[in-house]
Design a binder for this molecule. Structure first.
Ligand SMILES: N[C@@H](CCC(=O)N[C@@H](CS)C(=O)NCC(=O)O)C(=O)O
Length: 218
C-alpha cells in the first residue's frame, strides 16, 4: 500500500492510522507543486491528499481511507471492537473532525477563498477562530473522563491530533480546555520522543513540534 501525504496535512492522520495498524506501507511525500502534476491528478483529480493506493485500488477521501485501513486490520480496532455500536461511535467522531472541525479551518488557511477584499481577511480569520474554538469546546466536553474521542482509541483520534496542530499554528485560543490539553499528542503526557528527523519530515511530530502521537501499543 502506498500513502500520498503532505507533512502536517490531514493526510498525516491517515499516516498515523497506518502506523497504528502495523501494516507495511510506503509513503510518497507531496508538496504543492507535485500535487498539481498530471501524474498525481490522474490519481486524484482534485489534487489533494490523502490518496491511498492498494494494488489497482485508488482511494481518496480521509473518511473512506481510514475506514478501509481499519477494515483491513480489524485487530487494530481503529473502528472499534467489531460491534455496530463502537463502529458508530468511531464514525461519529471521525465525522465531527472531518466534516465539522476540518472545514472550519479553511478560512484561516485561505481567507481569500471566502472574500476577495484583503482588508476583510483578518475579520474572516477572527470569525473562523471563534467557530473552531467552539468546536474544540465540543471535543473538550467529549474528552472529559475519556482518553480518546470515541471512548476507545479509534481512527478519529489522529485526525483530532492534526487539527490541534493546526490550532497551534493559526492562533486558535484553546485556553481552559483541560481535557483537550491532556489529549495524547497535545502536551506529550502520553507520548514519547521518537519521531526524530524522519518524523519531522513527515509531519508526525507533536503540537510543540517535538513529540509524536503515541505509536502503536500492540
Ligand atoms: N475532503 C477531502 C479533503 C482533503 C483535503 O482538504 N486535503 C488538503 C490537505 S488537509 C489538500 O490536499 N489541499 C490541497 C493542498 O494542500 O494543496 C478529504 O477528506 O480527504
Amino acid at each position: 500500500m502506498k500513502l500520498y501525504t503532505k507533512p502536517g496535512a490531514c493526510s498525516t492522520a491517515v499516516h498515523i492510522d497506518l502506523r497504528w495498524t502495523g501494516e507495511p506501507f510506503e509513503v510518497e511525500v507531496m508538496d504543492a507543486e507535485s500535487m498539481k502534476a498530471p501524474a498525481f491528478r490522474a490519481l486524484n483529480p482534485s489534487g489533494s491528499v490523502p490518496v491511498l493506493v492498494d494494488g489497482d485500488f485508488v482511494l481518496t477521501q480521509n473518511a473512506a481511507i481510514v475506514g478501509y485501513i481499519a477494515d483491513r486490520r480489524p485487530q487494530a480496532r481503529l473502528g472499534g471492537d467489531g460491534s455496530p455500536r463502537q463502529r458508530a461511535e468511531a464514525a461519529r467522531w471521525l465525522a465531527f473532525v472531518n466534516s465539522d472541525l476540518h472545514p472550519a479551518f479553511k478560512p484561516l488557511f485561505g481567507p481569500g477563498n471566502y472574500i476577495d477584499d484583503p482588508t476583510q481577511h483578518d475579520a474572516v480569520k477572527a470569525a473562523a477562530r471563534k467557530r473552531v474554538r467552539a468546536l474544540f469546546e465540543t471535543a473538550d466536553r467529549q474528552l472529559q473522563g475519556r482518553e480518546w474521542l470515541a471512548g476507545f482509541r479509534s481512527f478519529a483520534d489522529p485526525y483530532l491530533y492534526v487539527t490541534l496542530r493546526w490550532a497551534a499554528r493559526t492562533g486558535v485560543d484553546l485556553s481552559g480546555l483541560e481535557a483537550l490539553a491532556a489529549f495524547p499528542g497535545t502536551d506529550g503526557r502520553r507520548c514519547r520522543r521518537a519521531a526524530g528527523a524522519q518524523g519531522r519530515r513527515l509531519g508526525l511530530t507533536g503540537v510543540a513540534g517535538r513529540r509524536p502521537l503515541r505509536p502503536p501499543a500492540f
